[in-house]
Design a protein around this ligand. Sequence first.
Ligand code: GLY
Ligand code: MN
Ligand code: MN
Length: 477
Amino acid sequence: MIKKIVFFCLIYAASLAAQDLKYLEYDTDFIPPAEYKARRDSLMKEIGENAVAVFYSAPERVRNGDQDYPYHQNDNFYYLTGFPEPNAILFLIPSGTTVHDPSDSSKEMMTREILFVQPREPLRERWTGRRYGPEGAMALRGVTYALTNDKFKTAFMRILFSSHAKRLYVPPFSSDFGGEIKELMQPVQNIVDRSPAWHSTVEVRDPSPLVYSMRVVKSPEEIALIRKAAHISAVAHNQAMMSCEPEMHEYDLQALYLYVFHRMGAEDIPYPCIVGSAENSVILHYETDRREIHDGDLVLADCAAEYHNYASDVTRTYPVNGTFTEPQKQIYQIVLDAQTACIAMMKPGASWRNIQAKAEEVITDGLFKLGIIKEKSRKEMFRFFMHGVGHPVGLNVHDAGRDTLVAGMVMTAEPGIYIAEGSEGVDPKYFNIGVRLEDDILVTSSGHEILSNEAPREIKDVEALMKKKGIGNQPLQ
Ligand code: GLY
Ligand code: MN
Ligand code: MN
């Protein structure tokens, strides 16, 4: 029996080796491998020749039983490699190391980078999908040199000591780090654990801040992916507004968003869909999405697509029956005015602190005029607008950023007002009104561009759009 399995493996392995790599990547709009290479080169320049760096893929996480959560690559690892598989390790050696030439093992070559990846395993691949293997990683992801991950331990120890590196850059191990990648990283963990000891010759440093600072300004290729994600999100919001009707459930709208995201090619969502109606619209990150929505309710939908690992983050708030009530209009208009004022300030050199202050000022004034707050204080305002006015977007929905804006940053602008039932001193006509408007804004050299602009925000435009019929309110057979 064992003989048979070995025989089968050999035949199957031969057919895999011959298999064209084209089945690994169907999309043609990935960021080109040369850009990832340039990022690795630029990081190596930063850390210098006396250092080496190790980055590792995100661990696989068990959902329950024998099921894992859908796998999502670590952001910094993906930023440097574009490599989507688990159990992979990137080893950067700025001073270079000698390795066997993969195309002719009798020859040697110099490399400054080695990507360790899962080996091809015919039987496992039949169950869980094709793998790149070292050949695929080199051919498709453009890494100079790749090996199977079982070679990491020996290579790491040899190169670390032969390079006489003074510094080892490795991201800290989180408390929930586990699984196969943890075992693969054990030799590095040993060095890290030993480093504070008096005899340690290698200083351990966290490279994450260096990579985060590289991620602040997006390249044209990254912007193209965020633009696509934001476009998909805007189309989904339009369809949701056109489809929304009383007696639907929050999950009907959630399903519609997810349908449009996937129909338009998005692989994932950067955060769970937030579809909160009436009393749920005042919960900032409501993710239950189970309530039946009724005539007269307002729906706050913070739903967005992720495309090729790049996030968008878009929120619209709309009346279930297509027409805002007077109190809903009043609150909505304050939020819209705050958002418009903030977006107008977004250009190179602007301080995010000042943009936050502007949102708070407009909302404080608006709430005071309506008598919802009785004094113009930050403390009073904070009862109804209790979050930041925005954040950078990129590989992470809450991405790397800085206070002073520069061209190439992508930021959200997302003021909100949330008036919970029973809020003290507030006219009950405003209860259960939660409004947030959120768009993704690219800072350009001359100002800004709203990437999610296709979904309307003005009251009259939202009401006009909601008169049209969307794809999501047909009864299912
Ligand atoms: N959707 C998460 C956020 O707005 O930050
Ligand atoms: Mn956001
Ligand atoms: Mn959001």
